[in-house]
Design a protein around this ligand. Sequence first.
Ligand SMILES: [Zn+2]
Length: 188
Amino acid sequence: MPKLYEKNAKKRERAKELYLKNREEKILYSKEYRKKNLELIRIKKKLKYLEGREVILEKAKKYYEKNALSISEKGKEYRKTHREVILIRNRNRKSLLRTLAKNTDVTNNYVKGLIDSSIKCPLCSMDYKNKGDKHIDHILPINVGGMHRKNNIRIICKKCNLKRPKDGKDIKQDNSVQKAIKINGASN
Ligand SMILES: [Zn+2]
């Protein structure tokens, strides 16, 4: 038995030496390789990342398609279990609308006139084809403090209206609109 163990020990020793030598060579080789192929490695990494991203997006899309029903069920369930939250939200909205109605200088006739006199969208220059294309837009949106006043409403097309960010960030680049709103008292 001890003889066999000794024999094997020698084998193990040799294997270890070989392994270490190989390892060193491999490390050296991969270092060299990385130095020479920096750009290639970068591109490979990026491709891998993009592929992974696409797979994730595709999976999410499939999940929504498969579970559209259960997702809408979840929405129903949420509305059932969060009645209070929704009620308070609606109440806040109602009181906001009341405040806006009290502090407005906009009349129905004014809005009618505005709609009738609008020919094209001031943002994208599209010609209006019918009344449905014309949307009343609050330049500074109401939910970020805009008022329902003449200086804060305008007619724009449906497409542009739906495209606008809810916080009205897009008007921050437009100084003239910004000034007009400030002068006329709406908070920002
Ligand atoms: Zn438009």
